[in-house]
Design a protein around this ligand. Structure first.
Ligand code: C2E
Ligand code: MG
Ligand code: MG
Ligand code: MG
Length: 285
């Protein structure tokens, strides 16, 4: 009993200390994030998206990075939740949109018709100024709206408030593409897909990762591709890490693939380099 009590007390103290450290880190990151935006410490990396039919690079996903003066390159998982809690994701997200559209327009001006996919947060989708932000990014850059794609998650679409519905309707009317990110991990009510005129389903990395070794993952991936095609949507696989997975996805008639095997997120130049080659990843050869 004595031991249990002591252990309990230790556990309690451990959590209290951990929470305190976390709170401090949280605070410093919050003010750090505000400064980062002002000082231009954010940058966007791009990960190529490859057609499984032709092997060509057809687009890229914009992935936010924070080049912290002391910590170096900070991945989004470490600061986006804080940016969301503090509401800073709204100006940060607007910056990503503008930057990604600028890059897409630069590619367009250099003769490359690559789509640019930008991740949105729930908070951005809930705001009545989202359409103005998207229009501003498109007009400011000159990017063809058909080349912009917005990535949403399933959980963002079950809150079908008037603002969210109106935003999506107006974004679609502009010709901007909409994809569902991490598909298969969220809510199981699929009625929003038809109602919202979504364009693409991005099969979550957790299914793709063990596609060639796990029977359930293979079945789920096949089913999502069939669902996409049944609804006239494009199926995109994320997290392709080897040639065998790529081959399996082609076998399943998946349309587009993205993953470390095809290119890690990096500077825009790397995507451009790959896009200028014919079938750079020798898909299907
Ligand atoms: P996501 O949108 O699902 O992006 C894909 C993530 O998987 C990226 O992580 C990417 O680097 C990683 N990835 C790509 N291929 C592979 C692979 O073959 N294997 C493995 N293990 N991972 C792969 P990243 O860049 O750390 O981004 C994490 C998440 O942060 C994103 O997930 C997205 O939800 C969020 N995020 C990134 N940029 C933004 C942004 O500008 N705004 C918002 N709201 N969220 C963002
Ligand atoms: Mg994404
Ligand atoms: Mg994803
Ligand atoms: Mg994700």
């Amino acid at each position: 009993l004595h031991h249990a009590k002591a252990a309990g007390r230790d556990t309690h103290r451990f959590y209290a200390e951990a929470m305190n450290t976390e709170a401090v880190a949280h605070l410093s990151t919050r003010s750090g994030l505000r400064r980062a935006l002002e000082r231009g410490e954010f940058l966007v990396h791009y990960q190529p998206q490859v057609s499984l039919e032709t092997g060509a690079v057809i687009g890229a996903e914009a992935l936010l990075r924070w080049n912290h003066p002391d910590k170096g390159m900070v991945p989004p998982g470490a600061f986006i939740p804080i940016a969301e809690d503090s509401g800073l994701i709204v100006p940060i997200g607007a910056w990503v949109l503008a930057e990604a559209c600028r890059q897409g327009a630069a590619w367009q001006a250099r003769g490359l018709s690559l789509s640019v996919a930008v991740n949105l947060s729930a908070l951005q989708l809930q705001r009545s100024d989202l359409v103005r932000t998207v229009t501003g990014a498109l007009d400011g850059s000159g990017l063809d709206p058909l080349l912009l794609e917005l990535e949403l998650t399933e959980s963002m679409l079950i809150q079908n408030t008037d603002v969210v519905m109106d935003n999506l309707r107006r974004i679609k009317a502009m010709g901007v593409q909409v994809s569902i990110d991490d598909f298969g991990t969220g809510y199981s009510n699929l009625s929003y897909i038809g109602r919202l005129a979504v364009d693409k389903l991005k099969i979550d990395r957790s299914f793709v990762a063990d596609l060639t070794s796990n029977h359930d993952s293979a079945k789920i991936t096949a089913a999502v591709i069939q669902l996409a095609h049944g609804l006239n949507l494009t199926a995109v696989a994320e997290g392709v890490e080897d040639a065998a997975t790529l081959a399996a996805l082609r076998q399943l008639n998946c349309d587009v693939a993205q993953g470390y095997f095809l290119g890690r997120p990096g500077p825009a130049d790397a995507v451009e380099h790959a896009a200028r080659q014919v079938n750079p990843f020798k898909v299907g050869v």
